[in-house]
Design a protein around this ligand. Structure first.
Ligand code: MN
Length: 322
C-alpha cells in the first residue's frame, strides 16, 4: 500500500480507531494525522477518538486535536482511515468512514478479515498498528512528534518490547524513532508502568481475589458491580490486570472479568505460550490476538466463564500441557 499516494488528492481526511483507545490506537491515529498534515499542509486532517487516559494524551503529540463527538452535519470526508481496528468497532465515526470515497484500514489484529471496499493493510503478525504506520510513511518526513506518537504505540502493544509480537523490525523501527530525541524513558514509565494510587489498590484487590484452575495453568479474577463500586473502579482503571495475573509462575492463560454495567461483562484475556485466547474471545463475538484478546458477555456470565475455561482446557490438553 502507498498511503501517501492514496490520499494525495484528498482535501478532507478523517482518521479513527477503536473505542476505549489504548496507546497503539491513539499513537497510530495521531502519528498518521501529524504525518499527513505535514505532507499535505492544504488538507484538513481530523482525528476522531473517545477520551483516553491522561498519561496517553500527555505523551502523544497531536492528541490535543482529537475530536470526541461526531458533528451531525459533518461534511463527507474524501478519505477515511481506520487504524488498529475493524471499522465496525470505531463507534459513531463509522458513518463518516462509510460515506468516504476512499476507505483505508490499517490493522494488526489477525481477527480482522479485511474488506473489498477498503484499501487494507492488515498484518496479524505486526507488533502494533504504529509499526504498520511506520512502514507506510516516508521516513524523511518523520519528526520528533511523529516519532514519539508511534513509539508510544509500539511500547504499549509489545509490553515494552517484551511480548512475542516484538520482532527485529519492531526494534529497528523503535530504534530509529528514538533517534529523534524525545525522552523515551519517561514515555515507558508514564505510559506503561505508572499507576494512580487507586489503580494500584484495584490491582491489589484483583491479585488477592484471583483463583487458579486447570492444574494452575489458568488464572482468573472476577469483579462484579458490587466490587467495582466498593473499589470505585472505572474501566480506565482496569488496564493491565490480566497481564499482571499472567506473571504468575506456571500460568499459561489469564482472564480478568468485570461487570462494566449491570449484567454486561467484559473479559480481558492474555496468554504466554500455548493458549490462543482469541479463540475463547471469538466464542462471544470478541477478538484480538493469540496472546491478547477480549470480548463482551451480555448474558449468563456463569456459563460463559465455564465455556471459556472449557476452551482453554481443550487447547491445553491438545498441547499435552495438562
Ligand atoms: Mn494495537
Amino acid at each position: 500500500m502507498n498511503l501517501t499516494d492514496l490520499v494525495k488528492n484528498c482535501k478532507r481526511i478523517g482518521i479513527s480507531g477503536h473505542e476505549n483507545p489504548d496507546g497503539d490506537c491513539a499513537g497510530s491515529c495521531c502519528g498518521t494525522a501529524l504525518y499527513l498534515r505535514k505532507v499535505f499542509p492544504d488538507a484538513q486532517v481530523d482525528i476522531y477518538l473517545e477520551p483516553m487516559q491522561e498519561c496517553l494524551s500527555r505523551n502523544i503529540p497531536g492528541s490535543d486535536t482529537i475530536i470526541h463527538d461526531v458533528n451531525e452535519n459533518e461534511e463527507k470526508y474524501d478519505a477515511f482511515i481506520v487504524l488498529d481496528s475493524i471499522p465496525e468497532r470505531i463507534g459513531e465515526p463509522e458513518k463518516l468512514y462509510r460515506e468516504a470515497a476512499v476507505k483505508i484500514n490499517i490493522d494488526h489484529h489477525m481477527t480482522n478479515p479485511g474488506s473489498l471496499e477498503a484499501q487494507c493493510y492488515i498484518d496479524g503478525h505486526a507488533s502494533s498498528a504504529c509499526e504498520l504506520v511506520y512502514d507506510l510513511i516516508k521516513k524523511e518526513q518523520i519528526d520528533v512528534d511523529i516519532a514519539k506518537a508511534l513509539y508510544v504505540g509500539m511500547v504499549t502493544d509489545t509490553g515494552v518490547f517484551q511480548y512475542s509480537n516484538t520482532a527485529e523490525s519492531t526494534m529497528r523501527a523503535a530504534g530509529h524513532l528514538m533517534s529523534y530525541g524525545f525522552d523515551h524513558s519517561a514515555v515507558i514509565r508514564e505510559v506503561f508502568f505508572e499507576r494512580t494510587f487507586l489503580q494500584a489498590r484495584i490491582l491489589g484487590a484483583a491479585l488477592s481475589g484471583a483463583e487458579t484452575a486447570l492444574s494452575g495453568k489458568y488464572i482468573f479474577c472476577c469483579f462484579d458491580r458490587e466490587m467495582m463500586e466498593k473499589l470505585g473502579a472505572e474501566r480506565k482503571d482496569l488496564d493491565g490486570i490480566s497481564a499482571q495475573l499472567l506473571l504468575t509462575e506456571g500460568v499459561d492463560c489469564s482472564v480478568f472479568f468485570h461487570e462494566s454495567e449491570p449484567g454486561i461483562w467484559r473479559a480481558s484475556m492474555r496468554s504466554v505460550l500455548v493458549t490462543d485466547v482469541s479463540r475463547a474471545a471469538s466464542l462471544f463475538g470478541g477478538g484480538g490476538h493469540v496472546h491478547a484478546a477480549g470480548c463482551t458477555i451480555s448474558s449468563g456470565i456463569g456459563e460463559a466463564m465455564k465455556a471459556i475455561r472449557d476452551e482453554f482446557e481443550g487447547q491445553l490438553r491438545n498441547a499435552g500441557v495438562i
